[in-house]
Write a protein that binds this ligand. Structure first.
Ligand code: PXP
Length: 398
């Protein structure tokens, strides 16, 4: 099976993630037992759609999707070729974006629906034929969308919880409670899909003992956040977390302030990535949502990037918030398209998380302070469950 996606849309203001749409189209072909067929998808703008719609359907207006089955009007000698073609689905991104806004959906969810609709047309479903056929087509659309949603276990956004601040409270007294290891177990029972700890050089919260015990006890995934310092690298190579996230670390800062300057220290970071890679430990680089940092992360062999969401979370006005969100969405897409896996985090809370979790390109969110702060008031299990629900129900639709 091959899905050929061509993006001729080209307007920068609206972004579509080609890789994610291609993956959805491949899943749909499998659901429909057409995995041995090829499919072409083309994204265009309204001006181009008007041209096509007036030429093929005598309508001088844009439409959301046009389907051209391969069998329709094709030279019959082509049928004997050893390729199975379904045909072309052409989507106007301008119209899809308008419809997404009107129906309060993400563009990704709207395009997914149009893809399902166009694909069913290619297979002979036709809602314009009769009411009965319209009902059959609509049922099939719903069935496929539901199946995509259920089948999303590998693509849905995961919640990883940073338990550093449980250790911060413990260290305030220098005793043994509260224990971040116990907290991590409760987080997992309440739905966390990963545990993150930052072993700082000054050991202000997490201690070596915590990381060693967590390695033995947690059932999900241990993500060790760390600066690229020799001593900490050796500990990571010894403990072997499931992944490490490299962050810039300054002794005076209250928390990690900005993303890594990957472009400025490619050699040093590449060496650390290579060492980790020899020990089978994937590396994530915590970076600001900047194209040059993403490109450099890819060049030096990172497996993941974690996009810094701090400026988006700290925005004081709606306009700033939207601008920062757009930067994150664009960065996540750029990284995803380059083949990097994408996480995000820092400063996310019960108000700001949903929008980020709705981005189809983001695999995992790393959230600490907001959950632990709420846990002090409502209990850890409840605080985790509430955040888990936000992440799971965030509208990436598909
Ligand atoms: N991601 C990274 C790289 C971090 O340094 C932190 C803070 O420890 C977080 C995510 C979590 O941030 P917060 O505690 O604000 O949720």
């Amino acid at each position: 099976m091959s899905v050929f996606l061509t993006d001729k849309y080209g307007k920068k203001a609206v972004r579509i993630c080609s890789r994610s749409i291609t993956a959805i189209a491949e899943r749909l072909l499998r659901f429909l037992d057409k995995a041995d067929h090829d499919l072409s998808i083309l994204f265009i703008d309204d001006a181009e759609m008007i041209r096509l719609n007036s030429r093929y359907r005598n309508q001088n207006t844009p439409t959301n999707v046009l389907s051209f089955p391969f069998s329709e009007g094709a030279d019959t000698t082509l049928f004997s070729l050893p390729v199975k073609e379904l045909g072309d689905i052409i989507i106007s991104v301008d119209t899809a974006a308008r419809e997404a806004k009107e129906s309060d959906q993400s563009l990704h969810a709207r395009i997914t629906w149009l893809l399902v609709h166009g694909l069913l047309h290619l297979l002979g479903y036709d809602h314009e034929h009769s009411e009965a056929e319209a009902a059959i087509m609509s049922n099939k659309e719903n069935e496929l969308i539901l199946r995509l949603q259920k089948d999303r276990s590998t693509t849905m956004t995961h919640l990883a919880i940073n338990v550093d601040h449980i250790a911060t409270i413990r260290q305030a007294r220098g005793i043994t409670e509260p224990d971040p290891v116990t907290a991590a177990a409760i987080c997992e029972l309440a739905g966390a899909e990963g545990i993150v700890v930052h072993l700082r050089e000054d050991r202000r919260h997490i201690q070596d003992r915590d990381v060693r015990l967590l390695r033995q006890t947690i059932k999900t995934k241990l993500n060790l956040e760390m600066g690229a310092a020799r001593e900490i690298i050796d500990i990571a190579l010894d403990i072997k977390p499931d992944m490490v996230t490299l962050v810039p670390e300054k002794r005076q800062e209250l928390t990690t302030e900005g993303g890594l300057n990957v472009t400025g220290q490619k050699k040093k970071l590449a060496q650390t990535i290579e060492q980790m890679s020899k020990a089978d430990i994937p590396v994530s680089l915590f970076i600001d949502p900047e194209p040059k940092q993403i490109k450099a992360s890819r060049e030096i062999g990172a497996t993941f990037v974690e996009i810094h969401t701090g400026r988006y979370c700290d925005s004081k006005s709606e306009k700033d918030c939207d601008r920062e969100f757009d930067l994150i969405a664009a960065a996540a897409e750029q990284a995803f398209e380059m083949g990097l896996r994408v996480n995000a985090g820092h400063g996310l809370d019960y108000r700001t998380t949903s929008r980020i979790a709705a981005l189809a390109t983001i695999e995992e969110l790393s959230i600490g302070h907001a959950i632990i702060a709420r846990a002090v008031i409502v209990g850890l299990e409840k605080a985790v469950r509430e955040m888990f629900n936000i992440v799971r129900t965030a509208g990436h639709g598909i």
